[in-house]
Design a protein. Structure first.
Length: 83
């Protein structure tokens, strides 16, 4: 399994309804950009959201992932931004 699939699977395992958009923005496989949409983020602070994503990714953050930029949105926020 490649890193992109592993990241997506881990996030989806942590957030059942997650919609995950990942992009390797340098092409080297270690700098990633993500948008994660889940109802689980409702009522969470930004810090809580980020900690929960880092927890889902676990040791990947200390190994193959050098940098991760991400946005965490509820489905309503995502709908507002994309319409």
């Amino acid at each position: 399994m490649d890193l992109k699939d592993e990241m997506s699977n881990r996030i989806k395992a942590a957030f059942d309804d997650a919609e995950v958009h990942l992009a390797d923005y340098t092409g080297g496989g270690d700098h990633w950009e993500a948008t994660i949409v889940s109802a689980a983020f409702e009522g969470m602070s930004r810090l809580q959201k980020h900690r929960s994503v880092y927890a889902a990714l676990g040791e990947l953050m200390h190994g193959p992932i050098h940098a991760l930029t991400f946005r965490t949105l509820t489905p309503e926020q995502y709908e507002t931004e994309t319409s």
